[in-house]
Every structure is written in structure tokens, then in C-alpha cells.
Design a binder for this molecule. Structure first.
Ligand code: ADP
Ligand code: MG
Length: 737
């Protein structure tokens, strides 16, 4: 018996050959095929007379007629095969030219009735329909049951060998046969409450919509469903976590005051508010899951340090994870400084070495230890705060009593990791995740739905706003002169150089392989944030080559007197670190790097950020780059070099000039370039429908409320087996990173 779960291979129209092709889209069963939705539609719903069609040169039209002649031929160059035909209705006749479809002359005959849809064109020989879609009809005036013409026609994203026409031809009869059998996944009261189309109706309307309103209604329903599933996944995880216990670490108000008094500056109000929320969270015995968001330079480290100190004073340990070794070392240094009066032992664990800092050891109190002894110290509780990369919270590293995990710039990594590590444990550490990536509210609610949010939305007072300037090709010289002057004053310069072309093609390749979803508009956004995407390593080679060329240009022609150094992703960590230190200490004037450079590295003497091909980056990314300067009280500058006359790009760069607010910029990116441009979304592999829904805050909030209400009523989804099953499939497919 053929059913929805039958493999498509068993369908006569599909067979083994097509089944293999479909598998590339992730389609195995009939149900999968029915859930393969069109990417867009052609509107051929209005059928007009041939006479009227002849007036619409350059427009797409749909006409019906009888074939009066048809023949296969060749173009004058011989190599292009074509079929020419003439069709006629009561009002007149029109010629048709089909390219590369010689078989049409065999399958269509004189006196056949057809409905055709395509563009009206004008050539020397007269008006004709250029390569239209066609389908056979019984008589003129027939407009029931059309599939490829005479309606809103679905267009699927095609891959070699699977055309939209073929998909329509296969899917439509399947809808008739199995459409009614598709089981509803959404709970009935949700469908009622939001007046959603039932699932089988929605599937129909997505493939063969009655009107664009119907298609939108169907899309809406599935956007809701996908976002709803994400919310269920995320909230279920949260509920699971709430049943665990974490060490309660009561706040010592005097200690905290003492600590903040010891700083050479006053905390901003935002910092205070966030620190307080976090300190209150770790007092509880329910695990904290908090995301601390704040622009680069807003002072997240201090806030994290306060939480760490509080946990340590309660005799628990802290793991502090950074995305790279350079950043881990930087954190090690700042925390050692910040906590030097508090009798805290801080350890640094990186790929090669391990170090320990202890305030009791006198002023030069950092020493190297073996990894083995480092691990032993962790296990017996000698190390209070361990700083490092991923390697810190892995299975073979044991803490005596891990109370808090702090994760810097790793998106969902820490969340997933903690979940993984504590699956079978009662006691779990609190989690503080930090990011400088401004995440629009919709995304925060979706992908970070299980985290509470704290926002540092204020910069330390001593900061001057970075002056951002769009540099036109004619103004380059001027900018270079300015840079020379600044360097003479002892300032440091970052030059960011993109090599997007090879990345763009790589992106296309990945897209083709179905590995990532993405609109090409998102190319830059995707390509530049890949410090931990190994599959893209081959592209780094091209990047290095381009970077070297740029280096030659800068060091020979433009700044022959200045000390310029390159930094790129292919270098060893140690090499990179040495360069960063030299740059920090003023031994290097200009640091030329690819976009792969570590986020968050602190070089206070750097006051100029110069970005080549600025239009190729996403706004959030540019904002991140800009955040590397302006880290002290000197006036800093961000030069956006661009040669692109594209108005859209101009608008984006202007937004950067006008705004220094990361959230505003992320929202702008979302509006101008669509959800595909958002930092990191490609890596999460959100389904298309969910991505589309992301720009709609109301929809996101609705799904969240609905998921909450449902889980409160029925945490195990016992009453909703279809939904439960769908969620299971969904969880397998979606992996947040
Ligand atoms: P980020 O949020 O990017 O991680 P950091 O915590 O590294 O920022 O802070 C950037 C710099 O600002 C550090 O040198 C830090 O000491 C300093 N800083 C933090 N808070 C303040 C403040 N309230 N006033 C002045 N400087 C501050
Ligand atoms: Mg930081």
C-alpha cells in the first residue's frame, strides 16, 4: 500500500533516477515531497485574448489557442534547436518560439488546444511568445485544473535534472491522492485561535494557491509552525534545566563594593544593573542561563569578573571560555590584574601550555605548570578560575566544584555544551554567555529563547564616538596622508581587507550542495564570520594570496616608511599572538588582516580602522570591526573604502556613519538585506520558513507564548503525538551552534 511514508522511488513517475536526485533536497518519502515548497510563484492567473497579448510586448502573459502550425528547426547558427508554432483564438494569432525543446514538435500537433504563458517579444519577423510554459487543454476557455499555466504557478528552487515543471507534474496528483491524509501537527486550539489554515489545506495552497492571499496565509501558518517548533525545543530544554540544581552563591555586598571601589573608573549604570542581575541569579539554586549582550568595549569583562569573584568566594570554581587563545590570554591578564587583591588563583589553559596566577605569590606571581598538574589542581580545587578555550569544559577535564561557566563570544556553544555535560548530573553550573553581537529581538527570542537577557546599552563615559567616514576613490590620498600623520603621533592602524570573490563562489557551491540555506545577499555576512568553520579553510588560501598582494601594495607604494605586518587565519596561534603583542606595544604601525581576525582583542593605541571593500561586509560585522578602535579617550576613526556605486550599499554604509548603536545596525541589516544577513544564522541552519518569520516580531512572540502555554499544560506533549514526532524530527535537523 502506498502511503505518505512510502519512498518516492516507488512512484512510477519518480523511479530510482529521480529518487536519487530528490534525495539531494532531503526528500525521501511522499510526505517529504509534499513538504517541498515552492520558492516563489509566477502569476499567470489572468488569461487574455491573443489580440490583447500582442499589445503587451515585454510583459508576461497567458493565452489559450489552437495550434495552426508547428515545426522543429534550427537557428541560423545551426547549433540552437528550436520549435516554432502558431496558435490562434477568435481574436487573432501569435507565433511561439521554444528553444532547446525539439521534442515539442513531436508531442504537440496541429489542432491541439494549448494554454501558454510567457513573455511577449518583438523580433524582425514580428511579435512572438518567447519560450513559454505550455500545457494542453481540451478547449479554449478551459481554466479549471490547470497546472503550469492559467493560474498562480509555483516555481521551485531547481537543481540539475529536477525542474519546476516536473515537480508540479508529480506533486499535483499526489496532493489529490494523499493531501487529505497529512496529519495535523498544530494543536487545534492554536489553529482556532490564530485562524490558521489546517495543514492539508495549507500544503495545497502553498503549491497551488488560489490567490496570493491564500499563499501568504499558508506561508504564515508554516512560519508559525517552524518557529513554534524552535520555541518548543528551546523551552523544553529550559524546563529540563530548571529541574536541576546549581550551587547557590550568596552575594557579599561589601566585597562587591570593595571590588568596584578598587577600579580606576566608575561602572556605568548599565554595568551595575547587569552585574546585579547576574549576582542575584547565582544566589539561586536554579541554574542561571543568562546572555550578557553589550557592544565591543562596553565593559562586559568587569561584569563577568564580579560574578566570578562572587562564586569563588562561595568556594566554587569558575570556567571562563574564550573563542581563541589570544583572547583567553588577554582575559587571563585582565582578570589577574583585576583580582590581584583578592587571593584568587587563576589558571590559564591553552593548547600548549598551562599557567597559574596567584596573588599570594608576590608581584611576579605567574608561573608555568604542566597540563597534568593543572588538571590535578582543577580537580582538587586549587584553581579558582580557569580560563581557556573549548578544551576547558570537556569530558576529561574535571573540576572539584564548578559553579559558573562564562562563555565569551561563542553564541550557543556554551549552552549546548553545558546541556551535553550535565545530561546525567543533578548539579549543574550557572551559565553566563557574553556577546558583542547585537542580536535583534526576534532572533534573541528564537535562538536564545532559553536565556535571560542582560543588556549593557551604554558606553563608558570616557569614550569618544568613533568618527566614521566613507572614503570615495578620489579621496584615498587624503586618507592615506591622514593615516601617516596619526602614525607619526604613535597611533596604531588596523587595515581590514576582504577577499569575498572566492568566498562568494564557495558560498554558492555550498548552497548548491544544499549544505547551507542562504540568499546570495548574505554572502559577506556569512563569509566573514567563520573563525570556527573549518570547511571553509581552502578559501583561506586565496585570501592569503590576495592579502599578500595588498601587503605589497601598502608597504611598497603607499606607506614605504611605515612598519606593516600581515595577520591571517592560516597563521599559527603563537605567531598571531606575537604580532598582536608587537602591535599593542607599538612595534608595528599598521596591522593588515583579513576579516578572520580575532574579535575583541584590545589594542588601546589603535585609533584607525581602515576597511577595504567595506560594502562587502554586513553592517554588524563592520560595526564589530569599528569597535576595535576607540578603546580609550583618544579620538578614533573608521574609514570605509568603497568603490561600489550601488545605492543599497551606500544606504547601508550611511547607516553605519550615522549610528553607533549595534542593535540599530543589526535591525537595519535585517530590513535592508533580510534575515539571511544576520550574524551566524546560516550556521544554525534555520529552516527557510522560520527565517522568513524572523523579521516579524509579532509572529515570534506569538509562537513563544503558544509554546509556553502548551508546555505548561502538557510538558511531555502526551496529548499531541503528531507534534511530538514532528519535534523529534525537527530537533534532529536543527542544530544550533
Ligand atoms: P568588552 O565588552 O568589549 O568585552 P571590556 O570588558 O574588554 O569590553 O572593556 C573594554 C575596556 O574598557 C577595558 O579596558 C576596561 O577596563 C574598560 N572599562 C570597562 N568598564 C569601564 C567603565 N565603566 N569606565 C571606563 N572604562 C571601562
Ligand atoms: Mg570582551
Amino acid at each position: 500500500m502506498i502511503s505518505l511514508s512510502t519512498n518516492v522511488e516507488e512512484l512510477p513517475k519518480v523511479g530510482a533516477v529521480y529518487a536519487k536526485k530528490l534525495k539531494k533536497f532531503g526528500i525521501k518519502t511522499i510526505q517529504d515531497l509534499l513538504f517541498y515548497f515552492p520558492a516563489r510563484y509566477d502569476d499567470f492567473s489572468e488569461i487574455i485574448s491573443i489580440q490583447d497579448a500582442r499589445q503587451k510586448i515585454g510583459e508576461a502573459v497567458c493565452v489559450q489557442g489552437v495550434i495552426t502550425e508547428i515545426e522543429a528547426s534550427h537557428t541560423w547558427k545551426k547549433w540552437l534547436q528550436m520549435t516554432t508554432a502558431t496558435i490562434q483564438d477568435q481574436t487573432g494569432e501569435i507565433k511561439i518560439i521554444w528553444f532547446n525543446q525539439p521534442y515539442l514538435a513531436k508531442s504537440l500537433h496541429e489542432d491541439d488546444f494549448v494554454c501558454v504563458a510567457g513573455k511577449v517579444a518583438l523580433a524582425k519577423e514580428g511579435i512572438y511568445l518567447n519560450n513559454p510554459v505550455h500545457e494542453r487543454i481540451n478547449e479554449i476557455g478551459e481554466n479549471e485544473e490547470l497546472t503550469h499555466t492559467g493560474r498562480i504557478v509555483p516555481v521551485y528552487s531547481e537543481t540539475r535534472g529536477v525542474t519546476s515543471r516536473w515537480l508540479r507534474y508529480v506533486i499535483k496528483p499526489l496532493l489529490y491522492r494523499f493531501g487529505e491524509q497529512i496529519q495535523e501537527t498544530l494543536p487545534a486550539d492554536i489553529i482556532k485561535k490564530y485562524k490558521f489554515l489546517p495543514i492539508n489545506e495549507a500544503v495545497w495552497q502553498l503549491h497551488f494557491p488560489e490567490s496570493f492571499e491564500h499563499a501568504d496565509a499558508a506561508k504564515n501558518r508554516f512560519s508559525f509552525e517552524d518557529l513554534f517548533l524552535i520555541q518548543l525545543k528551546v523551552l523544553k530544554e529550559k524546563i529540563r534545566l530548571m529541574q536541576k540544581k546549581s550551587p547557590s552563591c550568596p552575594m557579599d555586598a561589601d566585597l562587591m563594593k570593595n571590588f568596584t571601589d578598587s577600579l580606576p573608573f566608575q561602572l556605568t549604570d548599565s554595568q551595575k544593573k547587569c552585574a546585579f542581575a547576574i549576582l542575584k541569579d547565582v544566589e539561586k539554586s536554579v541554574p542561571m542561563s543568562r546572555l550578557l549582550e553589550g557592544d565591543v568595549g562596553s565593559g562586559k569583562t568587569i561584569v563577568a569578573t564580579m560574578a566570578a569573584l562572587s562564586v569563588v568566594k562561595n568556594k566554587h570554581q569558575v570556567a571562563f571560555m574564550a573563542p581563541t587563545e589570544i583572547l583567553a590570554k588577554q582575559h587571563f591578564k585582565s582578570l589577574s590584574g583585576l583580582l590581584k587583591n583578592y587571593n584568587v588563583r587563576i589558571g590559564l589553559l591553552t593548547g600548549k601550555d598551562a599557567r597559574i596566577f596567584s596573588a599570594q605569590g608576590g608581584p611576579d606571581s605567574v608561573w608555568e605548570v604542566s597540563k597534568k598538574s593543572f588538571n590535578a589542581d582543577l580537580e582538587n580545587g586549587q584553581i579558582d578560575i580557569a580560563i581557556g578555550t573549548h578544551s576547558l569544559i570537556q569530558k576529561n577535564v574535571n573540576f572539584k566544584s564548578l559553579g559558573l561557566v562564562i562563555v565569551d563570544e561563542q553564541h550557543r556553544f556554551g549552552v549546548e555544551q553545558r546541556a551535553e555535560l550535565t545530561r546525567n548530573k543533578k548539579l549543574v553550573p550557572h551559565l553566563l554567555s557574553m556577546t558583542a553581537t547585537p542580536i535583534p529581538r526576534t532572533l534573541a527570542l528564537t535562538v536564545y529563547g532559553d536565556l535571560d537577557l542582560s543588556l549593557i546599552d551604554e558606553m563608558p563615559k570616557n569614550r569618544k564616538r568613533v568618527k566614521t567616514i566613507i572614503v570615495e576613490p578620489g579621496q584615498r590620498k587624503e586618507a592615506y596622508e591622514f593615516i601617516k600623520k596619526e602614525v607619526k603621533d604613535g597611533k596604531g592602524v588596523f587595515v581590514i581587507f576582504p577577499k569575498i570573490d572566492s568566498q562568494a563562489s564557495k558560498q554558492k557551491e555550498l548552497e548548491k550542495k544544499g549544505k547551507i540555506i542562504g540568499s546570495s545577499g548574505a554572502v559577506a555576512g556569512f563569509a566573514v564570520q567563520n573563525y570556527n568553520v573549518p570547511s571553509l579553510s581552502s578559501l583561506a588560501i586565496n585570501e592569503v594570496k590576495a592579502l599578500k598582494e595588498e601587503y605589497e601594495k601598502l608597504s611598497k607604494d603607499i606607506f614605504p616608511d611605515l612598519r606593516i605586518t600581515m595577520l591571517h587565519g592560516k597563521m599559527k596561534a603563537q605567531e598571531k599572538e606575537k604580532i598582536m603583542i608587537d602591535f599593542k606595544n607599538g612595534e608595528i604601525d599598521i596591522l593588515l588582516s583579513t576579516s578572520v581576525v580575532e574579535v575583541g582583542v584590545d589594542v588601546p593605541r589603535a585609533t584607525i580602522m581602515m576597511i577595504e571593500g567595506a560594502e562587502r561586509f554586513g553592517l554588524s560585522q563592520l560595526h564589530q570591526f569599528r569597535g576595535r578602535v576607540g578603546r580609550n579617550d583618544m579620538q578614533s576613526y573608521c574609514f570605509l573604502f568603497t568603490t561600489s556605486p550601488d545605492q543599497l550599499n551606500r544606504r547601508r554604509l550611511k547607516a553605519l556613519v550615522e549610528s553607533s548603536n549595534g542593535f540599530e545596525l543589526a535591525q537595519k541589516d535585517l530590513e535592508i538585506r533580510g534575515p539571511g544577513s544576520l550574524y551566524g544564522t546560516q550556521q544554525w541552519g534555520l529552516p527557510d520558513m522560520a527565517m522568513q518569520g524572523l523579521s516579524n516580531i509579532f509572529l515570534v512572540e506569538k509562537t513563544r507564548t503558544a509554546a509556553k502555554e502548551l508546555l505548561e499544560k502538557d510538558p511531555e506533549l502526551k496529548e499531541y503525538p503528531e507534534l511530538k514526532e514532528r519535534l523529534k524530527q525537527f530537533e534532529k535537523r536543527i542544530h544550533f551552534e
